[in-house]
Design a protein around this ligand. Structure first.
Ligand SMILES: O=C[C@H](O)[C@H](O)COP(=O)(O)O
Ligand SMILES: C=C(OP(=O)(O)O)C(=O)O
Ligand SMILES: [Mn+2]
Length: 467
């Protein structure tokens, strides 16, 4: 029998990766304030996302989830957001063209502020301070004052999430979502010069126009919405943003459309799993190479007991070196137990390396290799590789090495703007999407050719039998 859940039932469980607030009174006042704020997303939108993710689970669509590792209060401007939305739209157009399927877009944005960390403290020159845990908790500057957890930051994060969501809604309905106006130079940056994706999109647009399918001067891609998502680390904030839907009798986390559970907070007996099992949103679960089949099934039982398609996305982040050895068994277990899930690849978190100057980076080749192996494993296990979960930005940063524009290790410090982990820049993001789209297209063509060959052989055999 299901046991009792309430928005605060997580409080009786062990909660990892959460700050300790010295001023309990200030914390309670903030939580109280958040409870009366307007929801950041509507329940209708959240349900719509779940039904679109159900199509991904069924193999009829793909998921593209991407954005900053950590949003920040100071690194947020309209140009940066515009560039990221434009890049997501271009990646989505490339994937649609390759897969001939719709792409559901979710940003790591409008709330991606709380960070789980490997170490609770950081030591510099013999001084030990609490780790930076994202702008919703503390400040990255290295002083005691900056690193103390400050509850009023939750209100600032709420306000920034609201204005980010407002701009994203408007950008996603703008010319950025018009594939006939995505400049050729963007595609050239993604792969080669001139790039065939740009040419094929222009040709498609010309055909649609000639066939009278384009009414006005441009064409919005269907499904141009960008939904919001973040890692639900800071449960004080998530609880305070939880709203009851009287119509369905369900609770929803109104801080974002989708929430995910990180690798460090996915213990089935602990607070984060407890909180997320009770809200009706679509949720994600990070899956590393350390996750075993039995534990995964247990988590699926808790998080999606009704086996509702679109409810649960398994976000695989095993590393390019481990994925081929570890993923097949998990996919087999999930399939044989008949669980409806979306499988997505996060090729970022298992491929982080540290440079000698202490900076974290990720080689593009390793990122691409993991994504590409993910697709191969899922196909060979007879399951649908649902899509990608990326740390990326539209800006021309130099945080990850490699890619067509050849960011070298020496160049990494030049434009290293991330508040936490290294992101793919605009060109690397597009290059990855185009590479994956090519792979999906090749698989589809091979499947069709295989089916044609099989039916041809069958009819030849039939002819012989009749003769
Ligand atoms: O984004 C994810 C985590 O917060 C990050 O990978 C942890 O990084 P750390 O090992 O520097 O703490
Ligand atoms: C913390 C993250 O990832 P993971 O939990 O997989 O390490 C993240 O996605 O930012
Ligand atoms: Mn990260």
């Amino acid at each position: 029998m299901a046991y009792h859940w309430s928005p605060d039932s997580w409080r009786s469980k062990r909660a990892r990766q959460m700050p300790t607030y010295a001023d309990r009174g200030a914390l309670e006042r903030t939580e109280h304030g958040l409870k009366s704020r307007l929801p950041l997303v509507s329940i209708a939108e959240t349900r719509r996302l779940k039904s679109q993710l159900a199509r991904v689970a069924a193999g009829e669509a793909y998921l593209l989830q991407g954005g900053d590792c950590a949003e920040s209060f100071s690194e947020c401007d309209a140009e940066c957001l515009r560039a990221t939305v434009a890049t997501l739209m271009q990646m989505s157009a490339a994937l649609t063209l390759g897969a001939l399927a719709p792409v559901v877009k979710i940003g790591r944005l409008a709330g991606q502020f709380a960070k789980p960390r490997s170490e609770a403290t950081e030591v510099r020159d013999g001084v030990e301070l609490p780790s930076y845990r994202g702008d919703i908790v503390n400040d990255a500057a290295f002083s005691q004052d900056a690193r103390d957890a400050d509850p009023s930051r939750m209100l600032a994060a709420y306000a920034q999430s609201a204005s980010t969501m407002n701009l994203v809604r408007s950008l996603s309905q703008s010319a950025l979502a018009d594939f006939t106006r995505m400049g050729a130079s963007a595609w050239d940056a993604g792969r080669g010069d001139p790039d065939p994706v740009g040419a094929r999109l222009s040709e498609t647009a010309a055909f649609m126009s000639a066939a009278g399918l384009i009414a006005g001067p441009g064409l919005q891609m269907g499904m141009s919405d960008i939904y919001s998502s973040h890692d639900a680390v800071l449960l004080n904030y998530e609880e305070a943003m939880t709203r009851f839907d009287a119509e369905s009798g369900d609770w929803y986390d109104a801080s974002a459309h989708m929430l995910w559970i990180g690798e460090r907070t996915r213990d089935p007996a602990e607070a984060h799993v407890e909180y997320l099992r009770g809200v009706g949103n679509p949720i994600g679960l990070k899956c590393s190479a350390a996750l075993g089949g039995d534990e995964l099934l247990k988590l699926i039982d808790i998080l999606n007991p009704a086996n509702e398609p679109g409810r649960l996305t398994l976000i695989v982040r095993m590393g390019a070196g481990a994925i081929e050895a570890r993923l097949p068994a998990l996919v087999r277990t999930v399939r044989s137990e008949g669980r409806a899930v979306v499988w997505a690849s996060d090729p970022m978190h298992g491929n982080t390396i540290k440079l000698s100057n202490g900076m974290k980076t990720r080689p593009f080749d390793a990122v691409f290799a993991e994504a590409s192996r993910f697709f191969e494993v899922l196909w060979s296990e007879g399951a649908h590789p649902g899509g990608l979960h990326l740390e990326m930005t539209g800006k021309d940063v130099t945080e990850c090495t490699g890619g067509r524009r050849g960011v070298t290790e020496a160049m990494v410090p030049e434009r290293y703007h991330t508040a936490c982990d290294p992101r793919l820049n605009g060109s690397q993001s597009l290059e990855l999407a185009i590479g994956v789209a090519d792979q999906i297209k090749a698989e589809r063509e091979a499947r069709i050719a295989g089916a044609l060959y099989a039916s041809h052989r069958a009819s030849r055999l039939q002819e012989r039998v009749v003769a």
